[in-house]
Design a protein around this ligand. Sequence first.
Ligand SMILES: C[S@@+](CC[C@H](N)C(=O)[O-])C[C@H]1O[C@@H](n2cnc3c(N)ncnc32)[C@H](O)[C@@H]1O
Length: 299
Amino acid sequence: MAHRKLRKPQELPSHKHDLTQVSDTFQLQDLNGSPNNTGFQETGYDPASSVYDMEYEECTGSELEFWVNESKTFGSRLLEFAVGTGRIAIPLARHGFQVVGVDSSQRMLDQAHSKKSLLPSPVQRRLKFKHGHMEQCRVDLVFDLAFVGFNSYLLLPDKESRIATLRNASCHVRPGGAVAVDVFAAVPLDAEPDHEEVEFLERDPTTGLRVTRERFYSHNSGLNRGQSTLVYRFYENQVMVCERRLGYSLALVSRDDVVSEFTDAGLEIDGIYGSYEREPWTPGSPILIVVGRNTSVDT
Ligand SMILES: C[S@@+](CC[C@H](N)C(=O)[O-])C[C@H]1O[C@@H](n2cnc3c(N)ncnc32)[C@H](O)[C@@H]1O
């Protein structure tokens, strides 16, 4: 996911792994980045593909209700940029909407495809995934709503690529259709470094291995981005057999930044919310959802 910041350390189990016994078999095609824990390197989401769904369950509750209601308002043809493993797209397809999801990580899409293959046929027919970059991909269909959920808009490297993404989303929606992003507005705490101790996750469903995670967070003041490195360790009994690193950074933006990016992309602001229940955004709001309309006229 695109976690903004660390949660407070939870119960910390003792963390002992015998590095002398790391198995060659698993030792990593996926180990990217520097071997110490202080360096930061963007990895893309491939290293997280097998663990993403253990961390983030399928979208439910108020988050899902928000997207269902937006889809009912604007229409049933949906384009999700940065769809990942289909956490939001799959339940939306179950609700009867037609969803195309685009993502730049082939391994995240592979997970999405294998989950899709287990769905009832009518739901499968409503769901398509495509490899591509949200700034420039082309899908030869017209949509009622294009959106970027779960902070993924902030993964884009700079303001120009965010505006390009909004323009691209807008090009894909019908006149009067909408573009929406679900992000957060940065607060001073987001500039504080942090470290989350090891936490036990479930067992990897494919390998049965026990998985732990450690997270390092730092602020890049030059770029004003929050940088996270997540180290996933896979254990067979007490022996670590595999380690994967996910490095990603999120732009720390204000509400006004996001609103002006929508305006620069030619979108007319339709709503600015601070919760999935559509409460008005305030500086204390945990999230920031901006919805804009494509006001172009059909020719
Ligand atoms: C937080 S994860 C998945 C979010 C997913 N929408 C969800 O709710 O679980 C972010 C995703 O964004 C994708 N991503 C990052 N940059 C991208 C880009 N420029 N174009 C398309 N996908 C991108 C990553 O590959 C990753 O799958």
